[in-house]
Design a protein around this ligand. Structure first.
Ligand code: GLN
Length: 269
């Protein structure tokens, strides 16, 4: 049995949903010239397989993930970018004219995937990404450099509640904050609960803590006519819309994700 067959057999036995695809991705990263392969490369591929068999997601093993139109570096310190979040990127782009010179703020930027995807599409905009985790921001900064967006991006390592934002500074605020209710964390798939950072998942008792925090200051720092777009959990859209409407913003719309789940809540100042 060759190494490829060995990987596929092990992945099938572990009930991984796309065993051939994952075997080929492991081989591509461990042994780029496969079937020509050295002893070290064979060991590297087997190590990657062993991690996958512990439910570690493949993107964290190979250290990268595609999101929207770019490839992002990821590791254990950032939430893996999800396809559902591309809805937020597309929705935000629908409000930002091609020549806009807007200031974009991303709260809880993590890998930077949302902010950097927006900046890549809008060459005259500048962006600020805020995150509590310095280790996440190391990855975000690396992604900004890789995508040649670092000259238009700044990252701030602070709690968004402690940052003294300038009033009326931003045309657009985006955020995919932690929104899983604390007691549901245990029910998540092992790929998520064991390998995404807990601080990027846990949204408190009802999952809505971050939205309440953000709603307390977002209306002040948005420009008149500016937009806020928030990713929400599967049953949170109405509640989140209400939280931000109560703080004085005008509801625009709720956009479903590809599975038909209400995923992105949009309001305007
Ligand atoms: N969408 C993530 C999940 O499915 C949660 C991300 C978040 O809390 N913002 O687990």
């Amino acid at each position: 049995m060759n190494l490829r067959e060995e990987l596929i057999k092990a992945l099938i036995a572990a009930r991984v949903s796309s065993p051939r695809l994952e075997a080929d991705i492991i081989l591509k990263h461990a042994a780029p010239d496969y079937p020509q392969i050295s002893l070290e490369e064979t060991e590297q591929a087997r190590n990657m397989l062993a991690r996958r068999l512990q439910n570690e997601p493949l993107d964290k093993i190979i250290g990268q993930r595609e999101f929207y139109k770019s490839i992002f570096k990821v590791n254990e310190n950032v939430l893996t970018p999800r396809p559902d979040t591309e809805i937020l990127v597309e929705s935000a782009l629908s409000y930002i004219p091609a020549a806009a010179q807007w200031q974009i703020l991303d709260l809880g930027t993590g890998s930077g995937c949302i902010l950097l995807s927006l900046l890549a599409e809008r060459p005259h905009c500048c962006g600020t990404g805020v995150d509590l985790s310095a280790k996440a921001l190391d990855i975000a900064a690396e992604n900004a450099r890789n995508l040649k967006l670092d000259s238009r991006t700044q990252f701030i390592n602070k709690s968004w509640t402690e940052q003294n934002f300038i009033k009326g500074q931003y045309e657009i605020i985006v955020s995919n904050p932690p929104y899983i209710p604390s007691e549901e964390i245990g029910t998540l798939e092992p790929e998520v609960k064991n390998y995404d950072p807990l601080t990027a998942l846990d949204g408190g008792t009802d999952g809505l803590n971050c939205y309440r925090e953000i709603a307390a200051f977002a209306p002040l720092i948005l420009k008149e006519g500016g937009y806020i777009l928030l990713e929400v959990g599967y049953n949170q859209a109405e509640d989140v819309m209400q939280i931000f409407a109560n703080s004085g913003l005008k509801p625009q719309k709720i956009v479903p994700d590809l599975a038909g789940i209400n995923r992105c809540v949009i309001l305007k100042k």
